[in-house]
Design a protein around this ligand. Structure first.
Ligand code: PLP
Length: 444
């Protein structure tokens, strides 16, 4: 009998007792190859000695000091490191304890910015369907996953949602990728006009879509055109890189490949790699200057902002990523994973798409490759695949509702950047067997 309110009430969970590298171990001694890094969190894998040592040192020195009284050396060093490698114009970092908190803070920062500069009429956010920005009320409001939003809809602020950039499903057969991207930007422009550009605070988007749609990449030129559109109307571009950022897609920030710098950017998972709960908002200097000239503070705050042990863990993770060349490793292993996925699933009758970037990869499952129809959501194919893979000792991250929050299934893979080629073989082999066994079960 457990007294924990677990995520799922009618399931029992093995007890995790240890982890090293790409492996997690349960209380029964069973070993699991972590092919999803939890939810794309564990970029260095588990038990990294440098990160453990840095955390021990920090705990022995100073575990906690409230940020309304003090700053800490370690938080300052982490902020210096992040700003040094940030997109152009980013000059400050606001530390929180996770992804949803980072999104909440970014939304409030964006709103406060317009209050500070004398445009208090700006009150609307525009975001995308099929996005995931977290589970707190503000983050859920900008999020576009219907299933997650529905029970809480009466509590959510009104946010306009436009189409995601989801080429496999939404690009017309007679349309070039470029024309598809333009169509999406036109849709956003029309939404801005409908709300009145002078009333819009910001456009919120994951640079590479993660949890709810499964590693969907933007088409070339899409974010560049959005950046221009936002600039034309004085609207803030808020990129959520909680999942796709901090190296996960092969560059430190996913927006580097798009050639755009956001006004605000949220990061979290790969920042601390799971060693401590930490997230952050990276902020353009002009936003901070407006606060500084105006009220002189950001009207927000949590007890654990800039927690020294969390900052020590994140700083150690970031140093290892840079020292060990793990961004290049992520790109190389990402290509190798993609090649293996293509080999195993390229002609699979029930895999419609293989996609992603770096070590954020996904396969999308279909009942029929021609029509691209999904499996009946009642079969919960994604949940079966998770169990089948886990029973084979491999942790993957499947999700349902890929297409519209209800229909569709995908499996996300996000192994640690230190994954080996041999482990990639093992992941793809177990995933293949799990997919085949699950489809056979739902068909019988
Ligand atoms: C893009 C994105 N934003 C925000 C979040 C929320 O982060 P957290 O679960 O740390 O609150 C997630 C989590 O998966 C995410 O993928």
């Amino acid at each position: 009998m457990t007294h924990i309110l677990h995520r799922a009430l009618n399931r029992s969970f093995p007890v995790a007792v240890g982890g090293e590298g790409t492996t997690l171990v349960d209380a029964g001694g069973r070993r699991y190859l972590d092919a999803s890094g939890g939810a794309a969190v564990s970029c260095l894998g588990h038990g990294h000695p440098d990160v453990r040592a840095a955390m021990h040192r920090q705990i022995d020195r100073l575990a906690y000091a409230h940020t309304s009284f003090f700053t800490s050396e370690v938080a300052e060093s982490l902020a210096d490191t992040l700003v040094a490698d940030a997109p152009e114009g980013i000059g400050h970092v606001y530390f929180v304890s996770g992804g949803s908190e980072a999104v909440e803070a970014a939304l409030k920062m964006a709103r406060q910015y317009f209050v500070e500069i004398g445009q208090p009429q700006r009150r609307h956010f525009i975001a995308r369907r099929q996005s995931y920005h977290g589970n707190t009320l503000g983050a859920l409001a900008v999020g576009g996953n219907e299933w997650r939003r529905r029970p809480f809809a009466p509590l959510l602020v009104d946010v306009a949602h436009v189409s995601p950039c989801y080429e496999y499903r939404d690009r017309r057969p007679d349309e070039s990728a470029e024309a598809y991207g333009r169509r999406l930007v036109d849709e956003l422009a029309a939404q801005i006009d409908a709300l009145g550009a002078e009333n819009v605070i910001g456009f919120v988007a994951e640079t590479v879509g993660g949890a709810t749609a499964g590693a969907i990449e933007p088409v070339a030129g899409y974010f560049g055109a959005i950046r221009e559109l936002c600039d034309r109307h004085g609207i803030l571009l808020i990129l959520d890189e909680v999942m796709c950022g901090m190296g996960r897609t092969g560059t430190l920030h996913a927006c580097e490949l798009e050639g755009v710098a956001p006004d605000l950017m949220t990061i979290a998972k790969g920042l601390g790699g799971g060693y401590q709960p930490i997230g952050a908002v990276l902020v353009q200097s002009r936003i901070v200057e407006a606060f500084s000239r105006g009220s002189g503070f950001f009207q927000h705050g949590h007890t654990y902002l800039g927690h020294p042990v969390a900052c020590a863990a994140a700083l150690a993770v970031q140093r290892v990523v840079r020292r060990d060349g793990l961004l290049a490793a992520c790109r190389d292993m990402g290509e190798a994973l993609h090649a293996r996925l293509r080999e195993r699933f390229g002609a699979h009758p029930h895999v419609g798409d293989i996609r992603g970037r770096g070590l954020l990869r996904a396969i999308e499952l279909v009942a029929d490759r021609e029509t691209r129809d999904s499996f009946d959501p009642a079969t919960k194919l994604h949940a079966r695949i998770r169990q089948e893979a886990m029973s084979r000792g491999v942790l993957v991250y499947p999700m349902g509702g890929t297409i519209d929050g209800l229909r569709g299934d995908h499996v996300l893979l996000a192994p640690p950047f230190v994954v080996s080629p041999g482990e990639l073989d093992a992941i793809v082999e177990a995933l293949g067997a799990a997919v085949d066994a699950s489809i056979a079960a739902v068909r019988s």
